[in-house]
Design a binder for this molecule. Structure first.
Ligand code: FES
Length: 163
Protein backbone atom coordinates (compact mmCIF):
# COMPACT_ATOMS: atom_id res chain seq x y z
CA UNK A 1 0.00 0.00 0.00
CA UNK A 2 1.33 3.44 -0.94
CA UNK A 3 2.03 5.73 1.96
CA UNK A 4 0.45 9.18 1.88
CA UNK A 5 3.03 11.95 1.77
CA UNK A 6 2.81 14.17 4.83
CA UNK A 7 4.60 17.47 4.36
CA UNK A 8 6.59 19.08 7.11
CA UNK A 9 5.62 22.71 7.58
CA UNK A 10 7.06 25.40 9.80
CA UNK A 11 5.04 28.47 10.79
CA UNK A 12 6.66 31.54 12.31
CA UNK A 13 3.83 33.13 14.28
CA UNK A 14 3.94 36.48 16.00
CA UNK A 15 3.06 36.40 19.64
CA UNK A 16 0.38 39.09 19.56
CA UNK A 17 -1.84 38.04 16.70
CA UNK A 18 -1.28 34.79 14.89
CA UNK A 19 -0.08 32.87 17.94
CA UNK A 20 -3.05 34.26 19.86
CA UNK A 21 -5.27 33.16 16.95
CA UNK A 22 -3.78 29.66 17.21
CA UNK A 23 -4.52 29.74 20.91
CA UNK A 24 -8.09 30.82 20.23
CA UNK A 25 -8.49 27.99 17.73
CA UNK A 26 -7.34 25.61 20.46
CA UNK A 27 -9.84 27.08 22.92
CA UNK A 28 -12.54 26.57 20.31
CA UNK A 29 -11.40 22.95 20.05
CA UNK A 30 -10.58 23.38 16.40
CA UNK A 31 -7.94 21.16 14.89
CA UNK A 32 -5.23 22.06 12.42
CA UNK A 33 -2.79 19.69 10.73
CA UNK A 34 -0.20 18.26 13.10
CA UNK A 35 2.41 18.72 10.36
CA UNK A 36 2.44 22.45 11.11
CA UNK A 37 5.05 23.21 13.75
CA UNK A 38 4.76 26.68 15.23
CA UNK A 39 7.73 28.84 16.10
CA UNK A 40 6.50 31.68 18.30
CA UNK A 41 8.29 34.95 17.69
CA UNK A 42 7.76 38.33 19.39
CA UNK A 43 7.00 39.90 15.99
CA UNK A 44 7.35 38.72 12.40
CA UNK A 45 9.88 41.53 12.00
CA UNK A 46 12.15 39.22 13.96
CA UNK A 47 12.07 36.57 11.23
CA UNK A 48 15.22 36.79 9.19
CA UNK A 49 15.44 35.59 5.61
CA UNK A 50 18.05 33.11 6.75
CA UNK A 51 15.57 31.43 9.10
CA UNK A 52 13.31 30.66 6.16
CA UNK A 53 16.12 29.45 3.94
CA UNK A 54 17.72 27.43 6.72
CA UNK A 55 14.42 25.67 7.42
CA UNK A 56 14.18 24.64 3.77
CA UNK A 57 17.82 23.63 3.75
CA UNK A 58 17.16 21.35 6.71
CA UNK A 59 14.42 19.57 4.79
CA UNK A 60 11.26 21.39 5.81
CA UNK A 61 8.87 21.24 2.83
CA UNK A 62 7.16 24.60 3.35
CA UNK A 63 7.49 27.62 5.61
CA UNK A 64 5.15 30.49 6.29
CA UNK A 65 5.19 33.62 8.36
CA UNK A 66 1.98 34.72 10.08
CA UNK A 67 1.81 38.17 11.58
CA UNK A 68 -0.59 40.87 12.62
CA UNK A 69 -2.81 42.61 10.10
CA UNK A 70 -0.97 45.31 8.22
CA UNK A 71 -1.15 48.52 10.22
CA UNK A 72 -1.58 46.59 13.46
CA UNK A 73 1.94 45.35 14.15
CA UNK A 74 2.82 46.00 17.79
CA UNK A 75 6.28 47.03 16.64
CA UNK A 76 4.88 49.25 13.88
CA UNK A 77 6.56 47.91 10.74
CA UNK A 78 7.60 44.39 11.67
CA UNK A 79 5.05 42.69 9.44
CA UNK A 80 5.83 45.02 6.53
CA UNK A 81 9.50 44.11 6.82
CA UNK A 82 8.58 40.43 7.07
CA UNK A 83 6.51 40.69 3.89
CA UNK A 84 9.49 42.16 2.03
CA UNK A 85 11.76 39.45 3.35
CA UNK A 86 9.36 36.72 2.28
CA UNK A 87 9.25 38.30 -1.19
CA UNK A 88 13.07 38.27 -1.33
CA UNK A 89 13.21 34.64 -0.23
CA UNK A 90 10.71 33.77 -2.98
CA UNK A 91 13.05 35.40 -5.51
CA UNK A 92 16.01 33.44 -4.16
CA UNK A 93 14.04 30.20 -4.35
CA UNK A 94 13.09 30.91 -7.96
CA UNK A 95 16.75 31.52 -8.79
CA UNK A 96 17.80 28.18 -7.34
CA UNK A 97 14.94 26.21 -8.87
CA UNK A 98 12.71 25.75 -5.84
CA UNK A 99 9.05 26.61 -6.15
CA UNK A 100 8.50 29.94 -4.35
CA UNK A 101 5.05 28.75 -3.30
CA UNK A 102 6.85 26.83 -0.58
CA UNK A 103 7.16 30.11 1.31
CA UNK A 104 4.41 32.58 2.11
CA UNK A 105 3.22 35.33 4.42
CA UNK A 106 -0.19 35.72 6.03
CA UNK A 107 -1.76 38.39 8.18
CA UNK A 108 -4.43 37.83 10.77
CA UNK A 109 -5.71 39.21 14.04
CA UNK A 110 -5.91 37.53 17.41
CA UNK A 111 -9.63 36.98 16.94
CA UNK A 112 -9.18 35.00 13.72
CA UNK A 113 -8.86 31.51 15.14
CA UNK A 114 -10.89 30.01 12.32
CA UNK A 115 -8.73 31.77 9.74
CA UNK A 116 -5.62 30.42 11.45
CA UNK A 117 -6.90 26.90 10.97
CA UNK A 118 -7.87 27.61 7.34
CA UNK A 119 -4.40 28.95 6.57
CA UNK A 120 -2.72 25.92 8.18
CA UNK A 121 -4.96 23.49 6.26
CA UNK A 122 -4.62 25.30 2.92
CA UNK A 123 -0.86 25.65 3.22
CA UNK A 124 -0.37 21.98 4.09
CA UNK A 125 -2.57 21.04 1.13
CA UNK A 126 -0.55 23.33 -1.15
CA UNK A 127 2.72 21.73 -0.04
CA UNK A 128 1.23 18.26 -0.36
CA UNK A 129 0.39 19.07 -3.99
CA UNK A 130 3.97 20.29 -4.59
CA UNK A 131 5.40 17.14 -3.05
CA UNK A 132 8.54 16.71 -0.97
CA UNK A 133 11.11 19.46 -1.09
CA UNK A 134 13.75 18.89 -3.78
CA UNK A 135 16.31 19.66 -1.09
CA UNK A 136 15.11 16.58 0.75
CA UNK A 137 14.82 14.35 -2.30
CA UNK A 138 17.91 15.65 -4.09
CA UNK A 139 15.86 15.73 -7.28
CA UNK A 140 17.36 18.96 -8.61
CA UNK A 141 15.38 21.92 -9.89
CA UNK A 142 11.73 21.67 -9.05
CA UNK A 143 10.76 24.44 -11.45
CA UNK A 144 12.28 22.74 -14.46
CA UNK A 145 10.75 19.37 -13.70
CA UNK A 146 7.28 20.49 -12.66
CA UNK A 147 6.94 23.60 -14.83
CA UNK A 148 5.38 25.28 -11.82
CA UNK A 149 4.55 28.91 -12.18
CA UNK A 150 5.93 31.26 -9.64
CA UNK A 151 4.95 34.51 -8.06
CA UNK A 152 7.60 36.59 -6.41
CA UNK A 153 5.19 38.57 -4.32
CA UNK A 154 3.36 37.12 -1.40
CA UNK A 155 -0.33 36.68 -2.11
CA UNK A 156 -2.12 40.00 -2.49
CA UNK A 157 -4.93 39.63 0.00
CA UNK A 158 -4.23 36.89 2.41
CA UNK A 159 -6.21 38.11 5.32
CA UNK A 160 -9.70 36.71 4.89
CA UNK A 161 -9.88 35.37 1.39
CA UNK A 162 -6.58 33.61 0.90
CA UNK A 163 -6.81 30.98 -1.85
FE1 FES B 1 2.63 40.90 15.17
FE2 FES B 1 4.65 42.60 14.62
S1 FES B 1 3.72 42.23 16.53
S2 FES B 1 3.66 41.18 13.31
Amino acid sequence: MEERYEPQVLAFCCNYCSYAAADLAGSMRMEYPAQVKIVRVPCTGRVDELYLLRALELGIDGVYVAGCLEGNCHFLLGNIRARRRVARVKEILKDIGINPERVDMFNLSASMGIRFVEIACEFVERIRRLGPSPVKTGSGSELLTSGASSTAEPSADNTMTQK
